[in-house]
Design a protein around this ligand. Structure first.
Ligand code: D5M
Ligand code: FE
Ligand code: ZN
Length: 526
């Protein structure tokens, strides 16, 4: 008996304009003659139906003699058994296998009009998805000087508030009027970092009143922190004023950071989320086979607890993103790229909640924060009814907060910090520094383009339970003060540019997070 890959059935259905429930597809795949069953379902489905539901398939299968649904519903061979490079990350438990077996996991009864079976493991009514920090439609910036003043003032106010209780700080202008030898402290933005002729470090801090220079002596313990500072981040320094009160010698540095007491929230039931990014549909290197294998797997009982899919940007390859990119485009029209992406998204079970933010290849403004896609693109991608929000955004899944950010600033963190602190091989460690700075893109005027707004939307105001980024096309995860940092890989094979700079992407992996434990397992599809 031929075993039809669910993705083929989904492909067939979507080409005829239908979305499908996972269980419906599983049952079709298990029918004696899947093609005939599919044709009968399409004949009998109500004219106004957009989604092929389990009951449609059941009706057809029960009226035919081939009612074999479920008997040999062997899931498509999921290629999920190879260890991933990140599996060995010591700080993260790689989780336990979710309970197997379709109907026996104590799931709740289902809502769907009298259908006896659930598509995913639990009643969708148990789900909760809340968008907390979407700035789509909130952009007020016009790029004028006053906007820069506002955004930096807001940054200093809000990140400074996390530090002001910890040091006995004074404004820059008051410090220079204090007597030499005084103990002083200041909260400010890093304005400049320079090494001196004798190998010490001079760090200029700026606050609303002015600037003040701080000297870090090279032989002090915390001199090791200087190489992780980025311009425009907010921190506090404590030290001793020089005799002429023109400079202070640093005794300690404080970062907004994640408090060590942070305790992550978890879901009340066994439910999972797949965290991916960088699909790059439209690129010649887009890995359609790996994507299809992922979609197939989501239709299997093994994936029945995966109820959320988070996509952290770069849905499509875009056009004109990098020089000579055109040579590697499979689809040259940006709208056609989104149409193709939408077709691929339709292969994901219709009952999985999808949340997506844009990345630097997407057709929204490049400067961060990036608002969610415009109406035209939303319309193109509407089949799966995804939640489309800004980059960055915070979403809460059953009490677990997830900060989603595409990750362009990671290139900068990796370029500026020493290899041991941040590298492409350990992208999650670069994410730790963003958490420590409580800002997703601290440095202004560098590689990451920032749009000044009245408010700094890039501040990590609330500590998330999970921090999800992509962009660097490397898979890595780990915990920083109990925050799970995950950088998802990509669905694009190595491009010529990446070859030229020795970036070896982790393509075709899907990290799956248990929302009840925050354990991670990695499924491989390439
Ligand atoms: O970028 C994926 C990764 O590769 C990210 O680390 C940037 C880097 N990259 C890719 N192409 C280029 C070019 N042409 N110049 C500089 N850096 C590049 P993504 O933007 O997600 O494709
Ligand atoms: Fe990308
Ligand atoms: Zn990117």
């Amino acid at each position: 008996m031929p075993l039809e890959a669910p993705a083929r059935i989904v492909g067939e259905l979507t080409s005829r304009g239908y979305n499908a429930e996972r269980e419906a597809v599983t049952r079709l795949a298990a029918a004696e003659d899947p093609n005939a069953a599919l044709e009968r379902v399409l004949e009998e489905i109500p004219d106004d139906a957009l989604v092929v539901r389990t009951e449609h398939v059941e009706t057809v299968l029960s009226t035919a003699d081939a009612g074999s649904a479920g008997s040999e519903a062997d899931p498509v061979a999921a290629t999920g058994d190879e260890p991933s490079p990140a599996d060995s990350t010591p700080s993260v438990s790689t989780g336990t296998e979710p309970p197997q077996g379709g109907g026996s996991t104590g799931r709740s009864p289902v809502e769907t009009e009298g259908s006896p079976s659930a598509d995913r493991s639990a009643d969708p009514a148990q789900r909760s998805l809340e968008i907390v920090g979407d700035m789509t439609g909130q952009s007020t910036g016009t790029g004028e000087y006053s906007d820069f003043v506002s955004v930096f003032r807001d940054r200093l106010d809000r990140l400074g508030a996390k530090l002001r209780g910890r040091v006995n700080h004074r404004p820059a202008t008051a410090i220079q009027d204090m007597p030499g030898g005084s103990e002083v402290a200041m909260v400010g933005l890093v304005n400049d970092i320079r090494s001196t002729a004798s190998g010490h470090w001079l760090i200029e801090l700026e606050d609303a009143t002015g600037t003040f220079p701080w000297l870090v002596m090279k032989d002090r313990d915390y001199a090791d922190l200087v190489n992780e500072l980025l311009c425009d981040e907010v921190l506090a320094m404590e030290g001793t004023l020089a005799d002429d009160s023109g400079i202070a010698f640093v005794d300690s540095m404080h970062f907004p950071d994640v408090p060590r007491t942070h305790e992550p929230s978890t879901a009340d039931r066994h439910v999972q989320a797949a965290l991916i990014s960088d699909v790059h549909v439209g690129s010649q290197e887009f890995m359609a086979d790996a994507w299809n294998a992922f979609a197939d797997w989501l239709h299997t009982p093994e994936a029945q607890h995966v109820e959320y899919l988070l996509l952290a940007g770069d849905m499509v390859e875009g056009v004109g993103v990098y020089p000579d990119q055109d040579d590697e485009l499979d689809i040259v029209d940006i709208y056609e790229q989104y149409e193709a992406f939408s077709e691929h998204l339709k292969k994901i079970p219709g009952d999985i909640e999808v949340v997506m933010i844009p990345g630097n290849h997407d057709a929204v403004r490049l400067a961060e924060p990036q608002p969610g896609f415009d109406e035209e693109l939303r319309e193109i991608m509407s089949a799966h009814d995804p939640q489309i929000v800004s980059n960055p955004s915070m979403v809460t899944l059953e009490g677990v907060s997830v900060l989603m950010y595409h990750g362009v600033s990671l290139d900068e963190v990796i370029a500026e910090l020493p290899e041991a602190k941040a590298s492409y091989d350990d992208p999650h460690k670069a994410m730790y520094h963003l958490l420590k700075k409580r800002h997703v893109a601290p440095q202004f005027g560098g590689h990451t383009r920032l749009a000044p707004e009245e408010k700094d939307y890039l501040i990590i105001d609330e500590v998330p339970d999970i921090f999800h980024t992509g962009h660097v096309h490397k898979l890595g995860f780990g915990k920083y003060h109990d925050v799970l940092a995950i950088n998802s890989g990509c669905w694009q094979a190595q491009t010529d540019f990446q070859k030229s700079v020795n970036i070896d992407p982790d393509a075709g992996f899907a990290p799956i997070v248990d929302l009840d434990t925050l354990d991670v397992t990695v499924q491989k599809f390439s």
